[in-house]
Design a protein around this ligand. Structure first.
Ligand code: MG
Length: 456
């Protein structure tokens, strides 16, 4: 028979989730682009100054095991928006600037889930989930959109010699308001400031005029190269141009938090800060740092998918906690939906889960488990302390070459977070079990995708 204490402990996460379900806080999700795990002061960077993010961590929770679902922009954002592995709905590659594809409207997005609960929603910054009207934020759960439909480097100005830009196949980089292009090739050094001003204006409007809960998705274009710090930040950071743009991002976070305080909604507003994928190491000093992890953007090594993540909600999230709980970007949709009191559809598989117990009770969380796909290849798998690689690449060297690892490589990412010591030979049983689980997962994804066409 279980003792009463054990029953109580087992029931704790459900109790926490129930206590917070339907509380409908305002939600601010700030996303950096290609910011590495090691690029913030609070995550150990020696020269980049991030006093606002450091303070946000002291006032909230710093997640040490937060995973993106992919190390590339579009798939990572697709997972963030839906709570599902992007391979399930054909969004598992970076969308080029000219494409007819996008996040399938059949997916339930963060914006749509929160709109169902009566939130007013705004997407500011980079979208990169389809440039056609039916895929743009206004048709994917956002009342407002101000920003770029795709990456800041997909610009004619930036690529004068590249054939698709020289032949004018790609339009000049568009800055959009809703569904309209309002500027072409905007001055990128102004965008962090302009996005921030729009974010503050939206929060004021939601609180003072609409008096309804809001969801602000502020997806900055920095520090994704080309780097364009604003005038006030250029030449200021000892880390050079890259440090300048990260310090400007930190300024932006400070402005958002200060406005939340000014509006008197500190205790009604959950703020989450993270990045879409690891640093672009091939850009050398213009790319960021993966901290203690191996490789970066474009790879399934830890440096590609381990993200800095800070969550703050005074009075609800305990202050000054460094959590080692395993959390993924796909957990945000189930968590936000629960907070908003929205039930998720039961006709689809969710790869994320409600992590209210981690955020509000500092619970240890679930066993780490994530499958890492690149396009249609299942390349790596983490379960518990183990990480198995069956296909690897090293994009930091600027190569696109992939290598099939047969036999696969096995690392213990708790004792060896840098994935330096292959221990496959010592643990054949772990390798066998993980390979079998990868096959099971692949078969489940194939069943799930059957009958669904990408982009539909
Ligand atoms: Mg990115």
């Amino acid at each position: 028979m279980l003792c009463p204490l054990l029953i109580l402990l087992a029931a704790a996460p459900a109790v926490t989730a129930a206590r917070y379900a339907g509380t409908r806080p305002n939600i601010v999700l700030i996303l950096a682009d290609d910011l590495g795990y090691g690029d913030l002061g609070v995550y150990g960077h020696p020269t980049i100054r991030t006093p606002n993010l450091d303070r946000m961590a002291r006032e909230g929770m710093q997640l040490m095991q937060f995973y993106s679902a992919s190390s590339l922009c579009s798939p990572s954002r697709a997972a963030l928006m839906t709570g599902r592995l992007p391979v399930r709905f054909g969004m598992n590659a970076v969308l080029p600037p000219v494409t007819n594809r996008g996040l399938p409207p059949s997916e339930l997005t963060l914006g749509e889930a929160l709109q169902q609960a009566g939130y007013i929603t705004s997407c500011i910054g980079k979208w990169h989930l389809g440039r056609k009207r039916r895929y743009l934020p206004l048709n994917q759960g956002f009342h407002r959109f101000f920003g770029l439909p795709y990456s800041n480097d997909m610009s004619r100005k930036n690529n004068p010699k590249h054939p698709i830009y020289r032949l004018r196949v790609v339009p000049p980089l568009p800055l959009m308001e809703g569904i309209y292009v309002i500027e072409q090739e905007p001055d990128q050094s102004q965008l962090t400031r302009r996005f921030t001003e729009r974010a503050l204006r939206f929060m004021r409007f939601a609180v003072e005029e609409r008096k309804q809960p809001f969801f602000l998705y502020l997806a900055h274009i920095e520090p994704h190269p080309p780097l364009h710090p604003g005038e006030r930040f250029r030449g200021r950071s000892p880390r050079g141009l890259y440090g300048d743009v990260v310090e400007e991002l930190d300024w932006s976070v400070g402005e958002v938090l200060a406005e939340i305080r000014r509006l008197g909604i500190d205790e009604e507003t959950l703020v989450v800060f993270t990045s879409d994928n690891g640093p672009w190491l091939a850009k050398k000093e213009n790319g960021g740092s993966p901290g203690p992890f191996r490789e970066g953007k474009g790879s399934t090594w830890e440096g590609g998918v381990r993200m800095p993540c800070i969550a703050r909600w005074p009075g609800h999230i305990p202050a000054g906690v460094k959590s080692r709980a395993f959390v993924t970007m796909m957990d945000l949709l189930p968590t936000f939906a629960a907070l908003a009191g929205v039930e998720l559809p039961n006709d689809r598989v969710y790869d994320g889960a409600d992590v209210s117990d981690v955020l509000f009770e500092n619970a240890p969380g679930r066993e780490p488990r994530i499958f890492l796909w690149v396009r249609h290849e299942l390349r790596a798998y983490r379960r518990g302390p183990w990480k198995l690689h069956v296909i690897t690449n090293f994009p930091a060297n600027g190569t696109r070459k992939t290598t099939v690892q047969d036999p696969p490589l096995l690392f213990n990412v708790e004792t060896d977070p840098g994935e330096r010591f292959n221990v496959a030979a010592e643990h054949p049983d772990v390798v066998r079990r993980m390979l079998a689980e990868m096959e099971e997962h692949r078969a489940e994804v194939v069943r799930d995708r059957r009958g669904k066409r990408p982009g539909k």
